[in-house]
Design a protein around this ligand. Sequence first.
Ligand SMILES: [Zn+2]
Length: 473
Amino acid sequence: MPSKKYEVIIGIEVHAQLATLSKMFCRCAVEADAPPNTKVCPVCLGLPGILPQTNKAAVELGIRAAQALGCKVKPESRWARKHYFSPDLPKGYQITQYEYPLATGGELELPGLGKKVRIRRLHLEEDAGKLTHTSRETLVDFNRCGIPLAEIVSEPDVRSPEEADAYLKELRQILRTVKASDAEMERGRFRCEPNISVRPLGQKELGVRSEIKNLNSFKAVREGIERAVADQIKWLEEGKEIVQTTYLWDEHKRELKPMRQKETAADYRYFPEPDLPPLILDIEWVDKIEKQLPELPAKKRSRLLEEGLTEQDIRILSAEPDWESYYLELLEKGMSVKEASTWLLNETRGILSARGEQITQFKVPVAQMASLITLLRGGKLSRPAAKELLAAMADSGKDAEVLIKEMDLGTVSDEGTLEETAKKVIAENPDVCEKYRKGKTNVIGFLLGQCMKELRGKADPESVRKFLKRFLD
Ligand SMILES: [Zn+2]
């Protein structure tokens, strides 16, 4: 990206679906897979005479998300109506928070980049329905109407597609860690809307913004931003006037399709929601929620660094949430940072990349990986055998214990056999033993190697060493 002459300024809005069982203002169930238009009621359909009521669970999840982002939760926030016309918005307006959001003023550190992005606000709102366009008609499903969302708005602190990527991955990880949202992107539960402007280096005022709506994958965010930046630079160079525009990203053609020229807030005719009282929070309740927050990703990472994880491993894990959750589950099962790094980030990564597979396709469950490591640790498996075993497990999906028998990989732990082997090797190498007794104790490595050869690698080297020493000393 040509960045010598221009500066790229990016702000990002995210809509995250809060993980409640029922909707924001009615008791309808939140069920993604329910048949269309079956999870609806007069409230979420906006029929006359209705009275919405706020879902306390949604507020709690919003508070949790806000606290995890370091935002200040407001003791009082208010609901507003945002008006616009769309066939998937039966009320003709969306209930949201406008001048008085739930929380403001947080920040998020981009892992590995040593940079912070400020969070302007987090507010609660309801989702609209869903339109499906076919070649002949447009279908509408109101099941999604009224599902609770947290809208999280960053300050324009992001400077590149890479930073946007890091910001969104970390934000998603935080929301998942505090269980505010499952943030599943492919299901539309973590939708990203970057706004991008470009200005000549040194210019004070901001350029005109291009907004991209509803991006549902990290790849789409990266490519969409790259496209918007390239377009804007081209227009600037051509001396063309840039008009503030909202775009949709066409993933197949890899281009931005103009959707509308941006409305201003006045176009939405915001006004206070007359059917809902202000949201007044019990401070003690808010404090209690904060005390119950789990360890957040940034803190977890610095702890793992102290426990011996390398910066590079941290970067891999924070860039790839699926690897990170597998890794953390291994630690929860009692594996050390070093063991988890060796067997997951080295061995497993190697196996999967050779097979062209993702960690989500890995056939070895965490518990099985943990038993492999435990067997190795206990000397019941040699290191080369453990590697062979892992490859076979990834291949077949069979349990470690089963494969060890099938492949005859277990170590010889019968003391008699180890003793005999040690004696035999000592007898066959009198000159080496002589050197050892004269003080060159490191030659024991050679003897150990001979023993392991005799045992076809299937012994715990430490046990063999013990016998060798006993007979030599
Ligand atoms: Zn409803």
